[in-house]
Structure formats: structure tokens, C-alpha cells
Write a protein that binds this ligand. Structure first.
Ligand code: 13P
Ligand code: SF4
Length: 342
């Protein structure tokens, strides 16, 4: 874990800082109390100056807190959008405001760039649930069956896989392989939810997301009972039982698109709770019910350690070149399309 002590002298809420950040406060005023702004604004102002000086870009996952998501991130989105945007940036430095596997994916797609993660402890229970050795054993057990690996995995696991997927493209990837059977890992629930709507049979693994596995069908029923008319949008890392009692299932970007398109007057996003704040800031007229499950890994990323990452240019993500070359193939196949035997 990185210990971060920003230089206090540079971080006063001066009239310049207030002026420079006024347009940003306007974006988040529905979700950040005015009294908190003098703490955030100096960090935001300094980060935004440093990005310009260093030709750096910040990629921000939808689970970042609003002061990161709306005020310093240059590109925001779900895992798929962040991976795609990582292939397009001209920046010299990429700071991942997200978790470690996302930073590794950005590095795989930008081997010559400096990719920084503000806190190396920003892991993921799904990424921890499977090792490269586990994948090798599965391939021995099911010879010739393609391995579709969720991006929420280490580069070592991606290197043993045939193709990656995210929650935003899992159905398309699995159907696109044109095979009768696939191994899909590590998220058991994503695999089971995908299995319900794709043609191939799916062999699952036992990984779980610590945030989404906590939601139960009873939680959804309670939400509906206490919030009549609420529209329930759930992430496919939730159990199939939760998805069955929800109105829509989709990736974090899928949920945002649903809100933008349908504008449900009262809505609940059954996922990590910072996302509701981020979407609420964009749709102030809608009522967001917020069941609060925080991802302890995503919440390790803060303005202070983003600033430190930019100032000290650490911690840089390195991937063993022999692993990277194989892992990159799995990610690029996801982005560019692939069929076994092609
Ligand atoms: P998406 O943003 O791809 O839906 O993934 C959710 C997630 O849990 C990432 O950690
Ligand atoms: Fe991993 Fe779940 Fe946190 Fe996403 S929300 S980083 S899947 S633990």
C-alpha cells in the first residue's frame, strides 16, 4: 500500500482554486456538500494542472467517488470502455482510477507507456479467486474447450486464456465463438447469468465479487416494498436469483445507458454504491434509492493518492514480458473479435 502525504502548503482553498474549480463543483453539487468542497478542490486543481504538465490521462471506473469521477477523470466508463479507451490515448502517462486488473489491462494495451496505480492494494476478490495453475488444470480436464476469462483477473490468468470478456460483452463473446461448450471464469454468477441467454454450455468457476454477492432476492423485495414503483437495475455479478427479480441486468455502463434512455423517476442500481452518486449527479431530476455496498478495493483510490501518483510517477505497473505477450492476445481478441481455429 502506498503511504501518501500531500504537501499541505500547496493545498489551500485559495480564491484561484475556488475559481478554477467552480465549474466542477457545479457538476457534483447534488452529491457533495458545499462544506466538503474546500477539502477536495485544492487536490482537484493540482491534479488537473499536473495532468496537463505531464501529458497524463486519468481513466476513472464508474465506481470511483464523484470528486474523482466527475472532477479529475478524463475518461470514465465500465471495464470494457476503459480497456477500449486505453488503446486510443496519446498520453505519456495513464493513471488508473480503478483497481489493479484494470491498470494491468491498460498496460497490456500500452506496453511503452507509463501506467500508474495510485494504491497497489486496490485488488479484487474475483481476480484473487483464480490462478494461472487453476486455468492450466481446467484446460487439462476439458481439452479443446475455449477459456473465456473475465477481465477481472491477473495478467497471468489472462495469459492462460483464449479470450477475455467483460460484463458488457460476455453474451456476445460467448455466442461469437461458435462452439458447443466454453469454460467461463472466474465469476460463477456472471457465468450462470450468461448461460441463461447463450447457446453454448458453460463450465463455471467458483469466484464471487464481494460487493455483488451480498445482494439477495429478499433485499430486492424489501426495496420494492419500501419504494413503490422503483425500477431495479442489477449488475450480472449478482446471483441469478437477484437478476430474476430485477427489471434489467447489465454492466455498469449498461445501467447508465438504461437510466439515460428510460429516465425512471425512481431507480435503484444494485451494484457498488458510488455509482449511484455519479449517475445522480448527471440526472438530478431522478430519485436514486441507494443500498450501500462499497467495494473496499475501489475505495482505496482517493484524490490524495492520485495526486501522489502523478507527482512521484508511482506506482508503475510492470508485467513480465513473457506473460504480457500472451495476455495481450486474450484482451485484443476480445476487442477485435476472434473464433477458435481462426
Ligand atoms: P463493469 O464496470 O465492467 O460492469 O464491471 C464491474 C466491476 O465490478 C468492475 O470491478
Ligand atoms: Fe472486484 Fe467486485 Fe470490487 Fe469490482 S466491485 S473490483 S468485481 S470486488
Amino acid at each position: 500500500m502506498n503511504v501518501v502525504t500531500p504537501a499541505k502548503a500547496d493545498l489551500r482553498f485559495t480564491t484561484d482554486v475556488k475559481r478554477n474549480t467552480a465549474h466542477l463543483y457545479d457538476k457534483v453539487k447534488k452529491v457533495i456538500p458545499e462544506v466538503e468542497w474546500p477539502v477536495y478542490a485544492p487536490l482537484i486543481d493540482r491534479i488537473n494542472q499536473l495532468k496537463k504538465q505531464k501529458n497524463a490521462v486519468i481513466l476513472g471506473h464508474n465506481y470511483m467517488t464523484p470528486e474523482i469521477f466527475h472532477c479529475v477523470a478524463d475518461i470514465t466508463g465500465d471495464s470494457l470502455a476503459l480497456a477500449r479507451s486505453a488503446t486510443k490515448t496519446d498520453a505519456d502517462i495513464i493513471v488508473m482510477a480503478g483497481v489493479h486488473f484494470m491498470a494491468e489491462t491498460a498496460k497490456l494495451l500500452n506496453p511503452s507507456k507509463k501506467v500508474l496505480i495510485p494504491d497497489t492494494g486496490a485488488g479484487c476478490t474475483l481476480a484473487e479467486s483464480v490462478t494461472a495453475e487453476d486455468v492450466r488444470k481446467l484446460k487439462e480436464q476439458y481439452p479443446g474447450v475455449p477459456v473465456v476469462t473475465y477481465v477481472n483477473t491477473s495478467a497471468e490468468v489472462k495469459a492462460e486464456s483464449d479470450i477475455c470478456c467483460t460484463s458488457g460483452n460476455a453474451v456476445e463473446i460467448v455466442n461469437g465463438l461458435g462452439v458447443p461448450r466454453v469454460i467461463m471464469l472466474p465469476d460463477e454468477y456472471l457465468a450462470l447469468n450468461t448461460a441463461k441467454v447463450v447457446k453454448p454450455e458453460i463450465i463455471t468457476w467458483k469466484g464471487r465479487c464481494v460487493v455483488h454477492e451480498q445482494f439477495s432476492p429478499a433485499d430486492i423485495q424489501n426495496l420494492r416494498a419500501t419504494n413503490p414503483g422503483v425500477v431495479v437495475l442489477a449488475h450480472p455479478e449478482c446471483s441469478p436469483e437477484v437478476i430474476a427479480v430485477s427489471d434489467y441486468a447489465g454492466s455498469t455502463a449498461g445501467m447508465i445507458d438504461y437510466v439515460a434512455k428510460h429516465r425512471p423517476p425512481k431507480v435503484v442500481l444494485v451494484t457498488e454504491c458510488s455509482m449511484s452518486d455519479n449517475v445522480a449527479a448527471d440526472f438530478p431530476e431522478l430519485d436514486f434509492v441507494k443500498p450501500c455496498n462499497l467495494c473496499p478495493f475501489m475505495k482505496k483510490i482517493e484524490l490524495a493518492n492520485i495526486l501522489h501518483a502523478l507527482e512521484a510517477e508511482e506506482t508503475e505497473v510492470h508485467i513480465d514480458p513473457a506473460i504480457a505477450v500472451k495476455a495481450r492476445v486474450s484482451v485484443e481478441r476480445m476487442l477485435n473479435g476472434w473464433k477458435p481455429g481462426a
